[in-house]
Design a protein around this ligand. Structure first.
Ligand code: BGC
Length: 257
């Protein structure tokens, strides 16, 4: 347990805060620094270190969420970030740059761990899907609170194109879709996900989840669909949980029995 530092790398901002991993609460105000452009490894590492250094009192571990496939701290995709990240051992890079161990996790997986522990999916057994709707679509698949990492369900094909290009919040904004039109696209996507995964609960996260009242009532799904509770902090909370080593396994109502 204790306080660990969670950092979330996004296309426009890099955010971080110390997190009390027993409660999921932020132990200090969050710091946000604009993502260097282009978002290459060296300047991003420098920004991550700046965030680490600005919380000198936090001696716990450092977890960092990244918007791409992450396996053993190495990056395997970067759909919405500079492609030069692919193949980079971000864990080692950040660990060397910051002078202390940094554990990497996919950003949606981090959000999923946080929602499953402290948020909308807390204590929920069965198959739970957490979707983050932002620049892309991130996904976290949990079963009885345990994460299946790197599901990348935003990259499923939907209507002949990559789902996130069709149904992300960026698609809504750039294609000037009304909430009604966007909700129809989300309904197609949810139907597709239901066919392949039959989730019991779908949690909608990302910044737009705070406007859930605008599109949530239009969503139709066999599964229960609810807004995320931790919203924009889910990534940093989940990254800290991951670093603390307590993100991967968690007792739920189902597996405690
Ligand atoms: C990436 C995912 C990421 C999601 C949200 C997608 O484009 O492939 O890894 O979780 O965007 O940032």
């Amino acid at each position: 347990m204790g306080t660990h530092l969670g950092i979330d790398i996004g296309g426009s901002g890099i955010k971080g805060a110390p997190i009390d991993v027993a409660s999921g609460a932020l132990a200090a105000n969050r710091l946000r620094i604009s993502t260097p452009q282009p978002a290459l490894a060296d300047p991003v590492a420098a920004t991550v270190c700046e965030i680490v250094d600005s919380f000198p009192g936090v001696t716990g571990r450092v977890g960092c969420a990244f918007p791409g496939i992450v396996i053993s701290n190495r990056i395997y995709s970067a759909a919405n970030l500079d492609k030069s990240w692919i193949g980079v051992d971000a864990g080692s890079r950040f660990t060397e740059a910051c002078g202390r161990p940094v554990a990497m996790i996919n950003d949606a997986d981090a959000a999923g761990l946080a929602e499953a522990r402290f948020g909308a999916a807390a204590g929920r057994p069965g198959v739970v899907l957490v979707l983050t709707l932002g620049t892309g679509i991130g996904s976290a698949l949990l079963h009885d609170g345990r994460l299946v990492p790197n599901t990348e369900l935003g990259h499923l094909e939907l209507g002949g194109e990559v789902a996130e290009r069709h149904a992300s919040n960026r698609a809504r904004k750039t294609q000037r879709l009304s909430f009604k039109e966007w909700a129809e696209r989300l309904n197609q996507y949810l139907a597709h996900l239901d066919r392949i995964l039959s989730p019991e609960l779908v949690v909608i996260g990302g910044g737009i989840s705070k406007r859930f009242d605008k599109f949530g009532p239009r969503l139709r799904s066999r599964a229960e669909v609810v807004p995320a509770v931790l919203r924009n902090n889910a990534g940093i909370v989940g990254a800290a949980l991951w670093a603390a080593g307590s993100g991967a396994t968690q007792p739920t109502a189902a597996n405690r029995r």
